[in-house]
Design a protein around this ligand. Sequence first.
Ligand code: COD
Length: 296
Amino acid sequence: MVKSFAEILEAAKGSEFHNMAVADASGDAVIGALAEATEMGIIKPYLVGNIEKIQPLVEKYELKEFEIIEANDPISIAAKTIALVREGKCDMIMKGKLSTPILMKAVLDKETGLRKGKLLSHVAILEVEKYPKLILLTDAGMNIKPEINDKVQILANAMFVANKLGIDRPKAVGLAAIETVNSNMPETMDAAILTKMSHRKQLGNIDFDGPLAIDVVLSKEAAKTKGIKTEMSMEADIFLVPDIASGNILAKGLIYLAGAKIGGVVMGAKAPIVLLSRSDTRDTKLNSIAIGCVIS
Ligand code: COD
């Protein structure tokens, strides 16, 4: 079982080589991470965007193996990035400086996009010093307010990533503010239904428990004090959050307050899409590229 980004980077080196389309590569952190990834021999980037902005960065970071595809406005950058996958030239996408909604709308386009008939969802992987496992946090990047059926598919996408990381039967929690069901808090109802579905083996090879507040998940002591019996305290692999806002706040809080390392990918399309915030550091982008390589 993979437990750190150091191990994910190692695994990426032993994985298949990928041609990666980069949606607007005109950023220091983007090209810096790509230079490291090409140095490691795990990808060849296809840089989509404005040549005048990209070329000086390519020289600055001494990027060696690459191609540039000229596109000068966000919509055509998104379209040309996706075309690279549809034409078979690339098998992975990375969001560079392009905004997430513009890229994802192009991915979701019924005629020219990359849908496979499944729900697309984001899986963020976090390494936090105080937690003994990697945390697969979902969905903090794509689905704004998922319904119960969406959550079933969000869990399936996260399970796929967990399996690729060597976790055969992941443990998943449905996070909420409390451990009891309250009809005014829809995430508690969804989590309770998912728990029953898990008991009835409707979710596949996964153990699910919820609703659980995050103190119970992060502390056996808190669970004991609250009188909650669960196998998830300090054991959960997948953290299912109620919606994009709560997930995003949790992920970014862990990065900035707890020094978490993070990487993230959108699953469910014809190719994995390495996707995080535009403010991510070079290391975070490299982590995400490595995740994309490992799960492809
Ligand atoms: N998976 C599969 N199909 C989808 C999904 C999905 N996750 N979301 C929408 N669709 C399909 C719908 O069924 C429909 O057929 C079509 O796509 C359009 O659906 P809309 O109108 O609901 O979707 P859009 O185009 O308005 O929005 C889709 C986005 C992904 C752009 C939107 O959900 C969004 O903005 N998400 C948040 C992205 C974001 O800002 N992330 C922050 C990262 S730091």
